[in-house]
Structures are given as C-alpha cells and as structure tokens.
Design a protein around this ligand. Structure first.
Ligand code: ADP
Length: 871
C-alpha cells in the first residue's frame, strides 16, 4: 500500500476491500471503528463516540482497547454482524494495516455458548437435488449430505440450527431463498460464487481430506454435496482463522437413515422449544439430565434424528437399560463426568493452535477421568457386558493415559494467564528451563537481600530496592541520608524525598536477570508450542474420548429420567404395529396427575378418528403417541406401561398453527400447505398426526377436505394415522372404511358440569358437544334450542358418498346423510335428494370429483365454487 493520506482514509479504503458489515482497525493500542461503523457499533455496544478530524472533515470514531477486542467481537458477531479485523504491523519503521480475518457468526472461535455453532452451506443441484454441509469450527465437525427436495433441505437446516448460512449461487433470491429466510434466524452470507464451482470444490476437498476421501466416503466429485462442502471449507479458510486444518474428517450422512421429522413436526411436538419459543417445557429440557456440554449437544441430536435402524436403536436401549439397572455405578459415572470439560471444543482449540495452558490443563483433567469411568464400568457386572463397556473401550486408553500423564508432568496447576509471564512448567520437565529458573532465582534472591545487607554495611535506615520500566533495578535512599551513600553508588534519578542509585554489581545482576527472563520466556513458549503440537497430533484421541463421554452422558441421562419417571423399555420391531399400553405425555406428566391411555394401531385399525369435547385431551393423546414413537426410535425408554413399536420412517403432524397466525400468514393457507406436504410425503410406514383439519374455513369446506383427506390417507397412503376432529360427522366413516376406527376421549356430566375423565375409549362420542356445552354453560334455553334447530337445518338434505376402501379394496358406494349422521343404503343408486337442479348438479359433481388427482387447495376451490352455485 502506498502512502496514505490519513487514518480515516486508510480505514475507508480497507472497508471497501471487504464485504464484512463492520471493520475494526488497529491504531496503536486501540481497535477503532470510524464513520457509519462507529455509530452502529456504539449503538450496539454502548460505546462512546468521539470525533476524529481528517482533511477538514470530521468523522465519528469509537474504539476498544486492543486487549479487549475479543469480547466486543463476540458480542457483535452473536448479534449477527460479520466483522473484519485489520491488524497493524511495523514495516521499516512504518505502520501498515491489513485485514487479517473476518469474524462471522458461523466461524466464531471464541464462543462461550455450549450449543453447537454451525456454519451451513446449501447448494441446489439439477432439479430438486440439494447439497448441504454443516461445519462447526469450534469442534471440527464437518457433516455433508444430499437431499431430494427443498422441504428436506429446509428440514436439515432447521435441525442443525446454524448461526450462519451460505446459500449457493442458484439460491440467492426467489421462492426457495424466501423459504429458507423464513425458517432460520441465521445470518445469511452471499459468499463468492467461485467457491461453489464443482471443480474448485472437489479440488479443495481432495487437498484437505486426501485424494481417496471422497471416493471412500461414496461422495460423487462435483456433486451438490461436494459443492456445499467445498464452499464451506473455502469460506472458513478465507475468513482467515487458519482453522481449516482442524477439520480432519468429513462425515457424510444420509438424511434418510433417520426418521423424517419435518420442521413443522419438530415445532409441533415441541422437541427443543415450545410453540411459544421458550426452551422450558420442551421435550429436550424435560428429559435432559446430562452433566456435560457434549452430552447435551448429543442428546439434542438424537432427539432431532431418531433412527430407522433397529440394531442401533437396540444398542442404545441396551445401554440405557444397563445403566438404569445399575444405580450406584450410574451415579458414580455421572458424578465423575461432572468434572469433564468440553473435550470436543478443547480438541478444536488444540488443533487450531489457540489452546492456552489452561486449556491443556482442562484436557489433562478430562482425559484423566477415562480410567476412572472405565474402572466403574468394568467393576459393575451389569455394565461390563453392555454396550456401555464398548463405549469406554473405544478410545485408545493407553494413549489417553500417556497423554494425560505427559501433561501432568509438564504443566503447573496454576498456570499464568498469558504465555509470556513464565511459570507454565513444572520443575523437572526440562533441564535447561530448570537451569534458567535456578539462575534467575539466585539473582533475584541476591537482590531481595541487598537492601538489608547495605543497611547494615552502611548504617542507612531509609534504603530499599525496587524495579520499574524506566529505571530498571535501583537502590533508593531517603534525602536525609544521601550524604552517607558510598562512592560506588551512581545516581540515576532524583525524586522529591529520595534518590535512586545503581552500582556495577547491581547492573550486572540486572543484565543477568533480563537475559534469563528473555531466554526463559522464549524457551517456555517453545516448549509450550511443542507440547501443544504433541497434543494436537492426538486430536483424534481427544475427539474419541469426548465422543465416548458424550454418549455415556446421554445414556446415563436417559436412564436417570427413565428410573425417576417410571418409564419402560419399548419393544422395537420390524412388524407393522404400534401398540402402546397406558401411555403418557412425557412433558404433561411432569406437572399433572396424568391419566394413562392406550393406543393401538394395526391392520383393521390403522386410522383412529379421535373425537371428544374441547379440552378433553385429544391433542395430548395424539402428541403423546407421536412422542412415544420418537423416544423409542431415538433409543430411549418411554412413558408407558408397555410399548411395541414397529419402526416408522417418518412422523408427520398438523396441529393448530398459532405462531403462523402471529406472523400474519393465513392460518388456513398454512394448514393446507401442511396437509399437502403430509399427503405427498407420508408412506405406509409413517405415523401421521392430524389435530383438526379444515377448521380454518367454513364448515362444509372443512368437512369436505377432512373427508377427502381421510379417504386418501386410508386408501392410498396407508400411514398409521391419528386424526382428532370436531366433525362428529366423520365418525360414521368407520363403518365403511376398513381400517378406520373410532375412539373418543370420555367426558362425564355431573351436577351440570362437564367433567373430563381424560380416558380414551373405543367408539365415537355420542354427541356433538358444542351446543351441549353452551347449554351447560347456562346459555338461555331458547338460544340452545334454536341452535339445535339451526344445526338440524344446516345438516338437512345434504349427502356425501364415501369412496373406496372396502377390505377388498373395492369402492364402497354408501351415501352419507349429514342430516341424520347416518349412511343410507349402499349408494349404488344414489337417490338425488335435492329438488333444485342446481343442487343436483353440485351433488353430481361432488360424487365424481377425482380427489386423488387433486391437491387440497384445488379441492378447496372446488368446494368454494359449489357453495357459490348453491347460494
Ligand atoms: P383437546 O385437544 O381435546 O382440546 P388437550 O389435549 O389440549 O385437549 O388437553 C386439555 C388439557 O387437559 C391440557 O391442559 C392437558 O394438560 C390436560 N390433559 C390432557 N390429557 C390428559 C391426561 N391424559 N391426563 C391428565 N391431563 C390431561
């Protein structure tokens, strides 16, 4: 860079070089922000703004001391800013400044938040293929996958909850971009398009992970997954942290190894946060008894990714069972793990070369726990034969013990805060260091005793030694006695009440001390770096041990919750069943005297229509059933007396969309989108939870859609379904559709009050409750009876046929009469009931409309047109 006219000009020209939101530029002992940036930063961080004038103009300026940059940066980045940092260095006596790094939400190393901190890249390939990479610089995790739809891509992004998302070139605007934007509060960064190019990405990945890595991991060179991974790596490299080297392992995963849980379902089931957005009251918060940060991260991962493969589920369940049955050992293990630090994060810092002595001590202390834990496991008969034993044997114990032993021999327990203060190492660790320390101590002892010796020798009372930056070591004598100093004393400074002197001897010691200090500092730094490099070479040991501790912590946490809440081990089977006996809602049971309920879905009753009055417990019943399945497939015990769970490939839900309403999106539109997604995505092996369908529109609209959706799910999709509805009319379907069964949540009437029994019973509710509740609530009798009359009128003279679904698959042609709530005849010759030819035409249309070929929205508009014709 040529001569720059002024600081502010230099700032502005550096700012123009970067696409970061803010620039922090070092000016001497401060990092300064100027101009717009100064105002913004001052606003966010409550800093004072001053004025800097340059070339006749005046600019706002805000600064932070060099030593305090990190917390400020962290604060800004956690608020979503990307901050460029320009450091100052000296070249031929001149100051030069360059941007050395850009700190961004997805690449922040200094985070203190225990949750994972992902940077995500999303690339759209041909058609509906999406490549995704998720990178956590704090732990070195590097996941990559490919999915087959936008919806699945969004689901993955929601699951990883990244701090920053880099959309690929084709995803930077339009509907797909909006869809992402709406589902994540991550910072969105438009990184260089070149980084996403297939060739460049493939090349970069090969360089990082080795020629063979892609091949052996089964990842197609040039594929969207590779583009995503390559771009993520390029970004991490370009932000200048020098941390890319800490990614040693690319971890491809298949989204379809896991139970499909779309974003809506994760929210509806309140897995990690409640519908209101808080963590309290979520399933995670309820079942989390983990004692380590790694354990908590893993528990969340398991919860959001239940498995489809039985061996893995059984392995986890075996582990939970073993720990559930060994209370003492479990307590001992959890107690030990309480002392574990976040090994995954520490491994990251060691690998980046940012670990300090305190970090290495924490590594040592944590590694040293492994033999303890392993001993507890092998001494406990119930555990020594279980998967828990395999877990603790996974890390190479000899190497771990060796490493923690080496750290133990090397490092003092109370290391100084910075590497330059000296005192990192124990005596006996390095001969040369010991020599330097001996020499140093000898010299400082001589100086420490000097004042006393001189007082005695010279008979001076006010004499002391001291040291400071400018004068170095000195002897200080009070003014009243300066006449008594001997001639070898050379004055270095006169103060108001005293004078400072030095002597040849003192100077000689001082030179020695300075030399020893410098050499010691230098040696300690080198020794430390060597030690850190040796630990870095064992990063994989650290990660293995961290992973073992995290999993052990999760299994122990699940066991603890199971024991404390009387949960049972589910039987997970390949067969097509779902049979929960006395099931409970895992969260609701924490605060309520819970009434357990059974849920049985199998051939002959794959589709349960759940009716019952408002507030009776329908939603709770639906959700608890879904949660039992989810818990079982993540490898947890479940809140039930017994549970037999046939493996599901997905859980889909649709429940009242409160939050969307708050966001101002039409609830009915959202409801239909969710329904549409379910009808498209669910399979015979899925569990579908529908909590009211069609409520957001007029009654007949609603019934029609609910009716058609029931038929479609029953006949075509064949998913196991629980459908709570207030359309009492639908319950008649059970007689005609082979796999539909009715259950209801019972309520009893006593002393004019509805008493909720919370018990789920076979069969439909015996009445539609709305008017009845109005009656109970004391609505005047004439209003109640008039309401009954109106309801009767509304229902009169309308008939619908039920389609399809006989046991043989033959279409059943029965006519449902909304007036009586009954089916009439076999409907093979439907009696046109309306006299009006318009009504007849509508009915004709209604009976032939090809529901299977229509989207719910098309159904909706068709129904609307009927309504118009009937008016
Ligand atoms: P609905 O969906 O029928 O309107 P909810 O499922 O929302 O009813 O339940 C209403 C209330 O009843 C909730 O506060 C819930 O905590 C409680 N509840 C539901 N089921 C049970 C049960 N089995 N045992 C105890 N309380 C329950």
């Amino acid at each position: 860079m040529g001569p720059v006219s002024g600081i502010v000009e230099e700032y502005l020209s550096l700012k123009a070089e970067t696409d970061a939101d803010l620039l922090a530029m070092q000016v001497g002992d401060f990092y300064e922000f100027f101009d717009e940036d100064a105002r913004e930063v001052a606003d966010e961080l409550d800093l004072k703004v001053s004025e800097k004038s340059s070339h006749g103009s005046s600019y706002p300026m805000a600064g932070v001391p060099v030593g305090e940059l990190t917390p400020y940066l962290k604060n800004l980045v956690e608020r979503g800013y990307r901050v460029a940092v320009a450091d100052q260095h000296e070249v031929d006596g001149d100051h030069e400044r360059d941007i050395t790094r850009v700190v961004t939400p997805g690449t922040l190393l200094e985070t203190t938040d225990a949750s994972a901190q992902y940077l995500a890249t999303v690339v759209r390939g041909d058609g509906e293929t999406f490549g995704l990479a998720f990178v956590d610089v704090t732990t070195g995790r590097f996941h990559v996958t490919q999915v087959g739809s936008l919806e699945d891509a969004i689901t993955e992004v929601y699951r990883f909850d990244p701090a920053e998302v880099l959309p690929g070139p084709a995803l930077r605007s339009g509907a797909a971009f909006d869809a992402f934007r709406n589902r994540t509060d991550a910072t969105i960064t438009h990184h260089d398009e070149e980084a996403f190019a297939p060739g460049a990405a493939t090349h970069l990945l090969r360089e990082q992970f080795g020629e063979e890595a892609l091949h052996s991991l089964g990842i197609e060179p040039g594929s969207p997954a590779v583009q995503a991974a390559g771009a993520a790596l390029a970004y991490v490299t370009e932000t200048g942290l020098g941390v890319a080297g800490s990614f040693t392992r690319l971890q491809p995963y298949r989204a379809d190894d896991h139970v499909e849980l779309d974003v809506t379902t994760q929210r509806n089931l309140e897995l990690t946060e409640t519908m209101q957005g808080g963590r309290d009251g979520s399933l995670l918060e309820t079942i989390d008894h983990s004692v380590t940060a790694g354990g908590r991260r893993l528990l969340q991962e398991w919860l959001q990714r239940p498995r489809q493969s039985r061996p893995e589920i059984e392995r986890r369940l075996d582990g939970v069972e073993a720990l559930a049955k060994s209370a003492l050992a479990r307590d001992a293990i959890r107690e030990t793990l309480t002392n574990a630090y976040d090994l995954e994060r520490l491994a990251g810092r060691v690998a980046h070369g940012t670990a300090d002595a305190g970090d290495l001590l924490r590594v040592k202390e944590t590694l040293a726990l492994l033999p303890d834990v392993a001993a507890t496991v092998s001494d406990t008969p119930g555990l020594s034969e279980s998967p828990v034993a395999e877990l603790v044997q996974a890390p190479n114990r000899d190497r771990v013990v060796e490493l923690s032993g080496e750290l133990e021999e090397a490092l003092r327990e109370d290391p100084p805060k910075t590497l330059t203060q000296g005192g990192l190492f124990k005596r006996g660790y390095d001969d040369r260091l010991d020599e330097l320390i001996d020499g140093y101590e000898e010299a400082t002892e001589w100086i420490d005793g000097l004042a006393d010796r001189e007082k005695q020798r010279l008979g001076i009372t006010h004499l002391q030694t001291g040291r400071n930056q400018t004068d170095g070591y000195y002897l200080q004598v009070g003014r009243s006695e300066t006449d008594a100093v001997p001639e070898e004393y050379r004055e270095v400074k006169a103060l108001k009440n005293s004078k400072r002197y030095t002597t040849d001897e003192l100077e000689e010691r001082e030179r020695r001390i300075l030399r020893l200090e410098a050499e010691r500092e230098d040696l300690e730094r080198r020794l430390f770096e060597q030690l850190r490099d040796r630990v870095a070479a064992q990063t994989d040991r650290l990660r293995e041990t961290g992973a073992a501790f995290a999993e052990l912590d999760v299994l122990a946490s699940l066991a603890t919750h199971a024991v404390e809440n009387d949960w049972t081990r589910p039987t997970v089977v390949e067969e097509d069943v779902l049979d929960v006996e006395a099931g409970r809602h895992p969260v609701v049971e924490q605060t309520t005297e819970f009434v357990p309920n059974d849920a049985t879905l199998a051939d002959g009753r794959r589709f349960l229509l759940v009716t019952g009055p408002n507030m009776s417990g329908k939603s709770t019943y639906l959700r608890q059933t879904a949660l039992v399945v989810l818990l079982a497939q993540m490898g947890s015990y479940v809140p039930a007396r017994s549970a037999e769970i046939g493996l599901m490939d997905g859980i889909y839900t649709r429940v009242g969309a409160l939050d969307e309403l708050a966001q101002g999106r039409s609830t009915f539109m959202v409801e239909m989108q969710e329904l549409s997604n379910i009808l498209h995505s669910a399979s015979e092996d899925s569990l579908v939870i529908l909590d009211e369908v069609g409520r957001g529109t007029a009654t007949y609209d609603g019934i029609s859609i609910a009716w058609a959706a029931t038929e479609y799910l029953h006949n075509e999709v064949r998913a196991k379904t629980l459908f709570a509805t207030h359309y009492h009319e639908l319950t008649a379907l059970a007689d005609y559709l082979a796999d539909v069964a009715n259950v209801h949540v019972a309520a009893a009437e006593r002393d004019g009050d509805v008493r909720f029994l919370r018990t789920v019973r076979e069969g439909p509710t015996d009445r539609s409750y709305g008017i009845h509740v109005a009656d109970l609530a004391g609505v005047p009798a004439p209003v109640v009876s008039r309401a009954e009359e109106v309801l009767g009128k509304l229902r009169a003279e309308k008939a619908i046929e039920a389609r399809g679904g006989g046991a043989s698959g033959e279409p059943v042609q029965a006519v449902f009469d909304l007036g009586s709530g009954q089916f009439k005849g076999d409907g093979s010759d439907p009696e046109p009931s309306g006299q009006d030819p318009d009504v007849e035409a509508v009915l004709e249309d209604l009976s032939t409309v090809p529901l299977e070929e229509m989207t719910p929205v098309e159904v909706l508009s068709r129904v609307r047109s009927w309504q118009e014709r009937l008016e």
